[in-house]
Write a protein that binds this ligand. Structure first.
Ligand SMILES: Cc1ncc(COP(=O)(O)O)c(C=O)c1O
Length: 417
């Protein structure tokens, strides 16, 4: 193969004009339908569903851990695995970095930030822990976060506390706020002149509660505090712009709501902060480049390539349409569940404070028993949440979830009273 042919093959396998022919055909008739109208069009979404290979054994309402890839994205991914393996070190030495840069640019465009402020990581844990561990902590410095935050990040703050003598200030996010201000005030109350960093979830994974990030950032910045946003569940689930959020750092996973292959995430660092973070792994890269935070060693380069395909799939459906459909499905079941006296909802009632994810418990029933009953008696796969004031099962549907499936959940909840 000569060099031109090689580049063409890599491009075809990688980054330009992925076909998604099947999806395109499904989308053509609904091109001009507004997202809120399309959200209710179950025939359309059943066509999207047909693009997934779904196990018939159970209803999958656990997309929050890992959102499986549609078949068309996965075919591209498998092709990348083949191509990278076929070209071996030649690919790694000659094309890996350029291709990774192009994927970085596509991600930055979707996230609405500069490509110089974003790096591809393996997951949200790597992204967020790079910042928590990388701040130049001094003894007595304070960090603010919430008791509803994800375990891995809470543990990293504990480690940093042991190592550098920092003080953790842990707040409780009001579960059913009357206003954004109530949440902003809860964070503000924990800030002192010693606070260096505030970490906040864009969406709380155990309840699906979406927090007013811009308002929290404005409040924190006015007090001289930097903000790290845990967006593990936000990117690809609902629309937002990192520039509009005005946070200092943002970490997310891409194998959750973007439906990229397992082991993909990104970290955003506002330009002015890039130089002051200690890298997790030492890098020879120039001090002012964000790449200095990205020397992870050799890793699956084919996964990086498939992120571009996942973005392509997402953009073809359209972020606004996906968000509207996910919120529609959630509201469809929670509106009914909220009326059941024996069911408790741990997700705010205000529709704009949640999207796909919501959590419900059966009063008097242990969450683990509830999850087992849902699976064994009703063939519904969920995850039990039992802590931080939340006692129930998290329900996280996806674009492939049918109304019949959430109706089955509603019936199950009804009969568990
Ligand atoms: C809120 C939150 N943050 C961070 C993570 C970590 O994501 P990952 O395991 O992909 O690194 C998760 C995972 O579920 C999460 O829910």
């Amino acid at each position: 193969m000569n060099k031109r042919e090689f580049i063409k093959r890599i491009a075809l396998a990688g980054l330009t004009a992925p076909s998604f022919a099947r999806l395109q055909a499904q989308l053509r008739p609904v091109e001009n339908v507004p997202p809120e109208t399309l959200a209710k069009d179950n025939d359309f979404w059943s066509k999207i569903r047909s693009g997934y290979r779904l196990k018939p054994d159970y209803i999958n309402l656990e997309s929050g851990f890992y959102s499986i890839q549609p078949e068309e994205t996965m075919e591209h991914f498998i092709e990348h695995v083949r191509e990278v393996n076929y070209h071996g070190s030649y690919y790694m030495r000659n094309y890996r970095l350029d291709n990774k840069q192009r994927v970085t640019e596509a991600l930055a465009e979707m996230a609405d930030c500069s490509a110089d402020e974003l790096i591809i990581t393996r997951n949200a844990t790597e992204s967020l822990d790079t910042i928590i561990a990388g701040v130049d902590w001094r003894p007595g410095d304070e960090a603010v976060h919430a008791n509803q935050d994800y375990g891995a990040m809470r543990h990293m703050f504990e480690l940093v506390e042991k190592r550098y003598g920092i003080v953790r200030k842990i707040i409780g996010v009001p579960p059913h706020p009357e206003s954004d201000q109530e949440i902003v005030d809860a964070y503000a109350a924990a800030i002192t002149p010693k606070t260096r960093l505030l970490m906040v979830c864009h969406i709380i994974n155990i309840t699906g509660h979406i927090l007013p990030i811009r308002k929290i950032c404005d409040m924190a910045h006015a007090k001289g505090v930097e903000v790290l946003v845990d967006g593990a569940h936000a990117f690809g689930q609902f629309e937002f712009s990192i520039n509009d959020l005005d946070c200092d750092y943002y970490g997310t996973s891409l194998h959750k709501w973007l439906s990229a292959p397992l082991g993909a995430g990104f970290l955003y660092v506002k330009k002015k902060n890039i130089q002051k973070i200690w890298p997790m792994f030492a890098s020879p890269k120039e001090k002012e480049s964000i790449k200095r935070l990205n020397h992870t060693g050799t890793h699956p380069a084919h996964t990086d390539l498939a992120i571009a395909n996942a973005i392509e799939y997402h953009n073809r459906i359209g972020g606004a349409r996906k968000e509207a459909r996910l919120r529609y499905i959630q509201n469809h079941w929670t509106d009914q569940a909220r009326k059941m006296g024996h069911v408790e909802l741990f997700t705010p009632r205000d529709r704009h404070r949640s999207c796909a994810i919501a959590t419900a418990g059966i009063k008097g029933m242990k969450p683990a028993d509830m999850a087992t009953t849902l699976l064994e008696k009703y063939n519904i796969f969920t995850v039990a949440i039992d802590g931080s004031g939340v006692h129930g099962c998290r329900i996280s549907p996806n674009v492939f979830t049918s109304i019949e499936e959430v109706d089955a959940l509603v019936s199950a909840l009804k009969s568990m009273g």
